[in-house]
Each structure stands twice: as C-alpha cells, then as structure tokens.
Write a protein that binds this ligand. Structure first.
Ligand SMILES: C[S@@+](CC[C@H](N)C(=O)[O-])C[C@H]1O[C@@H](n2cnc3c(N)ncnc32)[C@H](O)[C@@H]1O
Length: 264
C-alpha cells in the first residue's frame, strides 16, 4: 500500500471479473451507494473515530467490489482510503473513480495486511463469502479501539424472501450446507444456505453471464447464528440495527447491520 499508489497489485479468482459499473449497479443487491446507509453507519463512525484517534483516519473496505460506498468519503481530506477485493479485474474501475484510494487485490482468507494499521473498516454485502475470514482480516487490520460496520442478509427474514425467490426462479439453486469455523472453545458448525448462481438465466431464459460470476454465496439461517459468528470473532458489538433498502430484484430487503469495535 503506497500513498501515491495507482498501482494495483495481486491476483486471485475473479468473481466479478467482467462486470462493468453499470451492470453492477443494475444487478447487484447491495446497500453500498445508499446515502442512508452511509448516514446511519459510516458517517457517525467516522466522526467518533476522528474524535478518538485524531486525523487522518485510515478507512479499509474489504471485498470492495466497485467500492461505491467509498465515494461518500472522497471530499474528506482527513481520510486515507484503502480498498481490496479478491478480484483484481474489478479494481481498475475503482481506480478510475477514486484515484486517491490505495487499492490491492487480496483474498480475505489469506490476509497480507500487517496488524493494527487502520482506524475504520467496512464490509458491505461481503459476509456472504468466507465470513469468518472476512472478520479475521478486519480484526487484524484494525487498531485497538477501531470500528467496522458490516451487514448480513438473514435467510429466514421474510423481507428477503423475494431476493431468494427471484434467483431460484432464474436458475439459481439453494442448498443447505455445513460451515465450520474455529472459535476459542473449539470448532463450531453452522448450517448455512448456499445460493449457487452459476446456472442463472435472464427473464428470456438465456444465460445471465453477469450474475453467474457471483459463484456461490452463503447466508446464515437466523440472527442467533450471526451473533454466534460475531461472538467467536473477538469483536465487541456496539450496535445492531435493521436496515431496509430497495435493490434490483427486491424492493424490500432487510439486512442486519452490526457496528463492531476491536477491544482496546
Ligand atoms: C456482493 S460483492 C460486494 C462488493 C461491495 N462491497 C458492494 O457492496 O458493492 C462481494 C465482493 O466480495 C469479493 N470476494 C469474494 N470472495 C472474496 C475473498 N475471499 N476475499 C476478498 N474478496 C472476496 C467479490 O469479488 C465481490 O467483489
């Protein structure tokens, strides 16, 4: 990570490799780019952390995709933006919009980051791939007292039914699978719902090559499982809220958003 760095380093598998910004905005169901999400979670967090740590504040977006959420920070001279995704192919479009951000390709399961380097973190719509590793990477990178916000689309929440129904009626397949994490008390296995997008089709039945790039995403069944995942992470939960937003396939998503703090 260099301050000047327009250079993008790294390589990995490419989930959203050939998806441009416009297709992404039209097809991906994320609260990123929602001013309400920024105002409710990231804005007050940034203010708190400025008071606490002084400036500048290092903000790390893990699994950033096109990093729309970081656009809300661009006029703030007191932040240093870092963004990372497993897919190096999505990063050039981030670089074009956010030339001041420091970008790098990284698999969150194999973090290359030093410990205790940033004050603030975000995982927007990211806890659907290797969620325990996402948490571990964020925990390591945050300074003690640093905070991060993240969200989950809980499977049993009726607000989200339209989201799952859309994909299962368009070639997606949902399967129950075990997901095992390591906790201080030993391993713990959850039953998660895995949505496989790799055979998805458009309304006219032709392959939806954009959506197929999403691969497989996992969703926790209920909020108790999410809480258990967070309990095992070492983070302190500062806040838990519900956030509603409209997305391309569901006008009424409801995600559980957590504000987490790395203990001092
Ligand atoms: C649903 S997108 C969310 C992107 C962005 N945060 C947003 O809300 O628009 C999930 C992102 O996770 C990335 N991803 C998947 N597996 C990953 C991993 N193991 N490490 C880091 N990023 C990963 C994908 O490439 C994709 O860009």
């Amino acid at each position: 990570m260099t301050k000047e760095g327009p250079e993008i380093v790294g390589s990995g598998s490419s989930y959203y490799a050939s998806m441009g910004e416009q297709q992404y905005a039209a097809k991906i169901n994320t609260p990123a780019k929602s001013p309400e999400y920024f105002d409710q979670f990231h804005k007050p967090m940034l203010e708190r952390l400025k008071q606490k740590f002084g400036t500048p504040i290092g903000v790390l977006d893990v699994a950033c995709g096109p990093a729309f959420e970081l656009e809300f920070f661009t006029n703030d001279p007191d932040v240093i933006l870092f963004a990372s995704d497993i897919s190096p192919d999505i990063l050039p479009q981030v670089q074009a919009r956010l030339p001041q951000a420091h970008l790098f390709a990284m698999d969150a399961s194999k973090s290359v980051l030093a410990d205790n380097i940033v004050e603030m973190g975000m995982l927007v719509n990211a806890m659907i791939y290797v969620p325990a590793d996402m948490l571990k990477t964020m925990y390591g990178a945050l300074k003690p007292g640093g905070e991060a916000a993240l969200n989950f689309r809980v499977f049993s929440n009726p607000h989200n039914k339209a989201f799952y129904d859309y994909y299962t009626t368009h070639g997606g397949v949902i399967t129950e699978k075990p997901y095992t994490i390591e906790t201080p008390e030993g391993s713990k296995t959850f039953t998660v719902q895995v949505l496989d997008y790799t055979a998805c089709v458009k309304d006219d039945g032709t392959p939806d090559t954009d959506i197929r790039q999403l691969g497989e995403q996992m969703y926790f069944e209920n909020i108790e499982d999410v809480q258990a995942l967070l309990d095992a992470s070492g983070f302190e939960v500062l806040e838990h809220s519900l956030f509603n937003f409209s997305s391309p396939v569901n006008p009424d998503n409801q995600v559980d958003v957590f504000v987490l703090k790395k203990p001092e």
